[in-house]
Design a protein around this ligand. Structure first.
Ligand code: GLN
Length: 229
């Protein structure tokens, strides 16, 4: 389509790392979420269907999945940063995020200062892990492969707290009254959909679709669907 070559004919293949609710997660047989709806707009614009591949977050951000042609795009609630820009190309930002702190609802922990000497869960390869390494030198960081494990360990009390992006943690706490988000750390992050380095045709098309969706209300509809009250 218009100088855009897709790795599989007739479909836009998206790499993601499940689950990252409400950005991408399984609902029955289906994979749904904010990122899924957003990339669907790109697929629709290209006249193809989106096909989603679940893959480790590390091979998404390292560029391996995009470089080997596993996927056309990566959409994984992934923060745009300089290190990743060396390996993949990001389209324009589509979502603002910061880090946040999840604890048991009956915990006394109120913020960063209370975490010294405690076990704090982080997710491998994420900006949250990086933030915790820099800012919590006196905590024992316990690393999990995905968000579902991290939140489960906060719930069952095997860790004292968990660090992850504010959007996913508020969503989880909203569904689970036994935990609460008690602090946010203003890391000023922005999510971007990524393409293989140099795939400007696809990156520019994503930017056009995103701009149009922000303009005509489709972006707001998707936002409301996943984050509205
Ligand atoms: N936004 C965070 C990052 O980019 C977490 C993303 C994720 O776990 N899917 O590292």
């Amino acid at each position: 389509v218009d100088g855009i070559e897709l790795v599989s004919d007739g479909q836009l293949t998206t790499c993601t790392h499940l689950p990252y609710e409400p950005f991408q997660f399984r609902e029955g047989e289906e994979i749904v979420g904010f990122d899924v709806d957003l990339v669907d707009l790109v697929a629709e614009d290209l006249g193809v269907e989106q096909a989603i591949v679940d893959t480790p977050f590390d091979t998404i951000q390292s560029g391996a999945d995009l470089d080997t042609g596993k996927c056309d795009v990566a959409a994984a609630g992934m923060t745009i940063n300089d290190v990743r820009e060396e390996n993949i190309d990001f389209a324009d930002p589509y979502f603002d995020a910061s880090q946040a702190l999840l604890v048991a609802a009956d915990s006394d922990i109120e913020g960063e200062a209370d975490l010294a000497g405690l076990r704090v869960a982080v997710q491998t390869g994420t900006t949250g892990q990086e933030w915790a390494r820099e800012n919590l030198p006196d905590s024992e960081l316990v690393t999990f492969e995905d968000l579902a494990l991290l939140t489960a360990y906060v719930q069952n009390g095997e860790v004292d707290a968990g660090i992850n992006d504010n959007g996913v943690l508020y969503d989880f706490a909203g569904d689970n009254p036994d935990v609460a988000v008690v602090a946010e750390f203003d890391t000023g992050e922005q999510y971007g959909v990524a393409v293989r380095t140099g795939n400007d045709a696809l990156r520019e098309r994503i930017n056009e679709v995103l701009a149009a969706a922000r303009e005509d209300g489709r972006y707001d509809e998707i936002y409301e669907k996943w984050f509205g009250t």
